[in-house]
Ligand binder design. Structure first.
Ligand SMILES: [Zn+2]
Length: 384
């Protein structure tokens, strides 16, 4: 069997994804385009997204599955004509999806719930606990930061009963990645910020947690609680939102977490990483518990994924590269993410074999590690 065909048979474990929208089967062209950009300005997807190379490629590939002409309007009409369950299952089968680990507090209430999504896909779906959002959801029950942190510790400890296999932080979107070990001054600031945000939220305003001291305290507390179960924590890095300060999303800013001895046994997973995938590789090369994912990057950059995977592997050992799609909003995003990961990784490995850097058997075992085995190894609570 050639390498291409052998890699196609490896089920893909999507270790970071979000369930698609619920109740929105019929999409306009602009709604269909929406997940393929992190922009918040409609002009971005209305005027220009149709001209992104990766998106144009998606339309061509999806047209093959739907057996229609490869133009955008025809493809969107054809996908709208499919029944939801049959179509989601078709895409999951086409991608050879193995399992999905869903960050289910993203766009909470507007997405298919995890149990229903598992039934639609016909595959296991596990949960990831988004720690900052979880704290925001507890304002009504927790009058103080101490109470909120106790609630968070209990939830982390209950991971096995709640189908939770890992934690997730959106610190990069909120306050940046410059973590610091909490001291008494930091904790006092965090407690004051919590009270202020809780009052605002209960008064009908925004309780969005973006205070650096508070985010830091929440992440630190969650990691301490994760130690007995060895739960991994995922961090969004770089590409992923329209309002981040990119220079505060360089993962080399996370040094305080990597050097904190009690966290050394916890897998710390750097998600997406663009344009910092080389910095992420550097971190993987010096910290054995750092893992690099290129999630959201891969479906958006399209053919550029070959070069980005090659650059990431310059310093990242293949036992520390892990694959996800960051699929969200529509089922096509996840499907295309798996498709491009598989396509690009195959091309990278084929070149290594052609250049006699390794044999085909070694290349196949690397593909299996990146798309499946590494995810299973670092998520002890996952059953697929
Ligand atoms: Zn995500």
């Amino acid at each position: 069997m050639d390498l291409d065909a052998a890699i196609a048979q490896i089920p893909f474990i999507d270790h970071h994804v979000h369930q698609p929208w619920k109740g929105r089967r019929l999409l306009s062209v602009n709604e269909f385009r929406r997940p393929f950009t992190e922009a918040a300005l409609p002009g971005t997807w209305e005027q220009h997204l149709g001209n992104l190379i990766g998106y144009r490629w998606l339309i061509r590939e999806l047209a093959k599955i739907l057996n229609v002409a490869p133009d955008e309007a025809t493809v969107v009409t054809a996908r709208n004509a499919r029944s939801e369950t049959e179509y989601h299952r078709l895409l999951a089968d086409n991608a050879n999806l193995g399992a999905a680990y869903a960050d289910d507090l993203f766009d909470f209430g507007n997405c298919i719930d995890v149990t229903a999504w598992a039934a639609i896909l016909g595959r296991p779906v596990h949960r990831l606990l988004r720690v900052e959002t979880f704290v925001e959801q507890g304002y009504a029950d927790c009058a103080t930061l101490d109470a909120a942190l106790d609630r968070l510790r209990r939830e982390v400890a209950a991971a096995p009963e709640h189908n939770v296999v890992g934690l997730k932080s959106i610190a990069g979107y909120r306050s940046g990645l410059a973590f610091a070990a909490p001291d008494s001054e930091n904790q006092a600031r965090a407690a004051a910020a919590y009270t202020r945000l809780r009052d605002a939220a209960l008064g009908g305003g925004s309780g969005r947690i973006a205070d650096r001291a508070l985010v830091n305290t929440i992440v630190w507390t969650a990691l301490e609680a994760a130690i007995p179960l060895r739960l991994p924590m995922q961090f969004h890095i770089g590409l992923g939102d329209d309002d981040i300060v990119m220079t505060k999303n360089d993962p080399t800013l996370m040094r305080a977490l990597f050097t904190h001895e009690p966290f050394r046994d916890l897998p710390l997973v750097l998600l997406h990483c663009y344009p910092y995938h080389r910095q992420a590789g550097y971190l993987a090369s010096i910290y054995p518990n750092v893992y690099v994912d290129l999630g959201l990057t891969i479906p958006i950059v399209g053919p550029g994924a070959v070069r980005i995977i090659e650059e990431t592997l310059e310093l990242t050992p293949t036992s520390q590269l892990i694959a996800s799609t960051d699929g969200h909003m529509t089922p096509e995003f996840q499907w295309f993410g798996v498709f491009v990961w598989r396509w690009a990784l195959t091309r990278v490995l084929q070149r290594y074999v052609a250049d006699n850097i390794m044999d085909q058997e070694a290349a196949l075992s690397i593909a299996s590690a990146v798309m499946r085995d590494n995810a299973l190894r670092i998520h002890p609570l996952a059953r697929g």
